[in-house]
Design a protein around this ligand. Structure first.
Ligand SMILES: [Zn+2]
Length: 695
């Protein structure tokens, strides 16, 4: 006879039940949100369930399993990926470009298949990366890149971070084949691509070229946390090998079956009975493609019936039963008139191409990016070259390469590129550090830098002054109304002079003045973004604002103190430190202060369970990122400090975190591990309600 279960055992059993309940709920809502895009609950509710699960798994580590939703980002950064042999090769597709070529493909298929009633399935061809996913006993066990079709790379840990990939399939036990493979295309949406690039733009970093390359780079990150921070998406387009019998006998049947298991399939997929209908479907997509939130470069057409697919077989590395209708190329060749250079708000000189206008990717293009001097040099792009221009969706047009064969006989007309020695706008010397690719205009009063700086200051991620765009910024600098950022706040005093400028009406001006006034109330982090401090983007600005609370504290911070702020690296700390040591910058901040810009109000929360406590966080925590735990502490009224002193209330020490822990020990400051910190939060009245009220 088994003895009575102990209290601990009962507690464990209760926890197990609850954990399973929560996982099922979370899986369900992940599917609603990420696959069906029809969420039923808000983020806060979701977060609460998620936190509860994390909490339970922490208290009962035995209950953690690799398929738990909490384990999506798991595993450490690796040095390299291991190779994976595909059990069945991942084939490529033949191409057709128009209805005639499609009809010819159809005729061959009819002849070989010995039947003329072929049914077809058509789906948009996603411009992404092909991947293979293997499920065993309903659980996701391995994901790999396509590689050369025969051998790819094992990127399981990265693919686990995609929330549209179910870690457990939605099927009763015993109803699935023991193991099977599905294939899909991972992509980055246009919106996510724009978000990432906006972040980089704000931080003054080089922009990504296009969503496809960015998605590829994100998937092959050695650190899965980086992949997780990019929101990648996926469509499954095919059932691969199956151990045992296939549960379905057609492609459309397979897609319906996979969708039922919770895998993301493209809802735009359609079936047709005749090849003429297929051609019409493809033609409509040439027009409709721009309306999608992801890039497509064609339509894939498949013979639906598996038996017929087998009869048609494979030729070379292409199946005869499928074909891609490719859209017209989004590349075109045109003459590069000359290479020009623009000056950014940090003074960086950026070359760009002035082109003979050309129609490409659905738009007329006369300007294109050349990225930087190294890019031009490595491709040997010259003024006067005929160049290949590429444009995809909303992406900035870019020069891909010169057409070398067209140089013959024109060599004398071509002008090799050299970065100018003086600024093309103000004529000041151009400086160039040996250690970086960038060239800078050395004049900090350069009107080009200032006008870009004003535009940035007023932009949405910064002080958000609506109506203050590129044109007005340029005009105000050009007419010398603005000679420093703080002059923006002096504009309302110059109403009469401004009204004398053509095309600036009284009504527009009033609205602008109101927006300028309103911007004074923006939080400190926005102002820090707006000041154009090198290497300081939105995230860094938030971390600084959270840590120091007000401008004076930040201005007075010693270099060591800045370096101690979580999430801030040494280069950024030095840049911030240098910025505030600079006299002109100090004067600018003083003027902003005089104009009533809200910079000295302590933005950390008052009241709350941690009020009056000074807390140091060190090492890495499991439950929260550094940013999250700091935000939590400040929201609960506590102060996050970067350095341990006698005034420190306690230190939260995660994995790692050596020197601060030592210092705390020396000073006799209390040290809590993560679980202890959680207990302390609860003691101080932290509860789900508080967590909810802060969002
Ligand atoms: Zn200049």
């Amino acid at each position: 006879m088994s003895p009575e279960p102990t209290a601990e055992m009962r507690e464990l059993e209760d926890a197990r039940t609850r954990v399973e309940e929560l996982r099922a709920e979370i899986r369900y809502h992940d599917h609603r949100y990420h696959v069906l895009q029809q969420p039923e609950i808000g983020d806060t509710q979701y977060d609460l369930m998620f936190r509860e699960l994390v909490d339970l798994e922490e208290r009962f580590p035995d209950l953690v399993s690799p398929d738990s939703p909490t384990q999506r980002v798991s595993g450490e950064a690796t040095v390299e990926f291991t190779g994976v042999q595909h059990r069945e090769p991942m084939l490529s597709l033949g191409n057709v470009f128009n209805a005639e070529e499609l009809a010819a493909w159809h005729t061959r298929a009819v002849r070989r298949g010995e039947r003329d009633d072929l049914g077809f399935v058509c789906e948009p061809k996603i411009d992404g990366l092909a991947i293979s996913l293997i499920y065993e006993d309903g659980r996701f066990v391995q994901g790999a890149t396509r590689g050369d079709g025969f051998r790819g790379e094992d990127i399981t840990v990265n693919l686990r971070t995609l929330r549209s990939i179910p870690l457990v399939l939605n099927a009763p036990a015993g109803t699935l084949p023991r193991a099977f493979e599905v294939r899909g295309e991972v992509y980055m949406s246009k919106a996510e691509f724009a978000r990432l690039n906006e972040e980089r733009r704000v931080a003054g970093e080089q922009l990504y070229m296009n969503p496809r390359n960015t998605a590829a780079g994100s998937l092959r990150q050695l650190d899965p946390r980086v992949t997780a921070s990019r929101r990648l998406d996926l469509f499954i387009y095919q059932l691969g090998w199956v151990e045992g019998n296939r549960p379905v006998d057609s492609h459309s049947g397979a897609m319906a079956w996979l969708a039922g298991l919770g895998l993301p399939t493209n809802p735009l997929t359609e079936s047709f009975a005749t090849i003429d209908e297929v051609a019409r479907f493809c033609e409509t997509w040439v027009e409709r493609r721009d309306a999608l939130d992801y890039g497509i470069d064609g339509v894939v057409i498949k013979v639906d019936d598996f038996a017929t697919q087998r009869v048609l077989g494979i030729v070379g590395r292409e199946p005869r039963w499928a074909i891609a209708w490719k859209f017209p190329a989004e590349q075109a060749v045109t003459r590069l008139r000359h290479i020009e250079v623009s000056v950014g708000r940090t003074g960086v000189l950026t070359p760009f191409a002035a082109l003979e206008p050309v129609f490409v990717g659905g738009a007329n293009v006369s300007l294109a990016t050349l990225h930087n001097a190294d890019h031009i040099r490595s491709l040997d792009i010259r003024g006067g070259d005929d160049v290949i221009v590429q444009r995809a969706g909303d992406v900035i047009p870019q020069v891909v390469a010169p057409v070398l064969s067209r140089r013959e006989g024109r060599e004398a007309e071509l002008v090799p590129f050299e970065m100018p020695a003086t600024c093309p706008v103000c004529g000041a010397d151009v400086s160039h550090g040996d250690d970086e690719a960038a060239y800078y205009c050395s004049n900090r009063r350069c009107p080009a830098q200032l006008s870009r700086g004003v535009e940035h200051y007023a932009s949405r991620g910064a002080l958000d002054i609506e109506g203050f765009g590129e044109k007005l910024a340029f005009q105000m600098v050009d007419l010398e109304f603005i000679q420093s950022l703080s002059d923006i706040y002096a504009l309302p005093d110059r109403r009469e002079e401004l009204l004398a400028i053509p095309r600036i009406g009284a009504k527009k001006l009033e609205a602008l003045f109101a927006n300028i006034e309103g911007s004074k109330q923006q939080p400190l982090s926005r102002l820090l973004v707006g000041l154009t401090i090198r290497h300081v983007g939105t995230e860094t600005a938030r971390a600084l604002a959270r840590h120091f609370g007000n401008m004076t504290a930040l201005q007075d911070a010693a270099l060591e103190e800045l370096q101690a702020v979580n999430d801030i690296g040494p280069i950024v700390a030095e840049s911030v430190f240098a910025f505030f040591r600079d006299e002109e910058n100090a004067a600018l901040i003083e003027r902003l202060r005089d104009h009533g810009v809200r910079i000295d109000e302590d933005t950390t929360a008052r009241g709350g369970p941690l009020e009056g406590l000074s807390i140091v966080v060190t090492g890495s925590l499991e439950r929260w990122s550094r940013n999250e735990v700091e935000e939590l502490i400040t929201t609960l009224g506590g102060k996050v400090s970067g350095a341990v002193s006698k005034k420190t209330s306690f230190v939260v020490a995660g994995e790692g975190g050596g020197s601060k822990r030592d210092k705390a020990e020396t000073l006799g400051v209390e040290i809590l591990d993560e679980a202890g910190f959680l207990d302390r939060l609860r003691e101080h009245g932290w509860s789900a309600e508080i967590a909810e009220s802060r969002t």
